[in-house]
Ligand binder design. Sequence first.
Ligand SMILES: [Mg+2]
Ligand SMILES: [Zn+2]
Length: 181
Amino acid sequence: MTVRALFLDRDGVVNVDHGYVHRPEQVDFVPGIFELVAAARARQWAVVVVTNQSGIGRGYYDEPAFRHLSEWMRGRFAENEGRIDAVYHCPHHPRDALPEYRKDCTDRKPAPGMLLRARDDLGLDLAGSVLIGDRPSDLEAARRAGVGTRLLFDPEGTESLPDEPGVARIRTLPEAIAWLD
Ligand SMILES: [Mg+2]
Ligand SMILES: [Zn+2]
């Protein structure tokens, strides 16, 4: 028995992307995110955050700060009929990072490593799963992992969309609930 997942990019999908957000007081949740996560939980889908965090590699904040923010976010979802089942992050960057974080990591989107690890850890059916990202690199990671539905969150409707099956644009987060069936 496998589980379907709603994969969420973090910056720009869960929280407004103010750039290297790393403290709770910097977080503005994107409108509709609590409704969406609650809908996924009601359908017994796993909810998994997959986020590039090169701010760690660049030395702007550290792993404990990232973990603290992640736990704080999980608490906010738990208070709103939701649940984040897992958070995967990649602290690396191929060039602009401190030496110990400088590498071409197979987790960093558009590479699919985080999604494949989540599949193995949680027993996920990726073909039946949905990813929401605000950048083409999010959708590319999902395509390479075999995630069946890849939604570009594009409130302005200005991004170009890859012409592939399984790809769609959403202008608001609750629009994604229609794909969770
Ligand atoms: Mg993003
Ligand atoms: Zn990495």
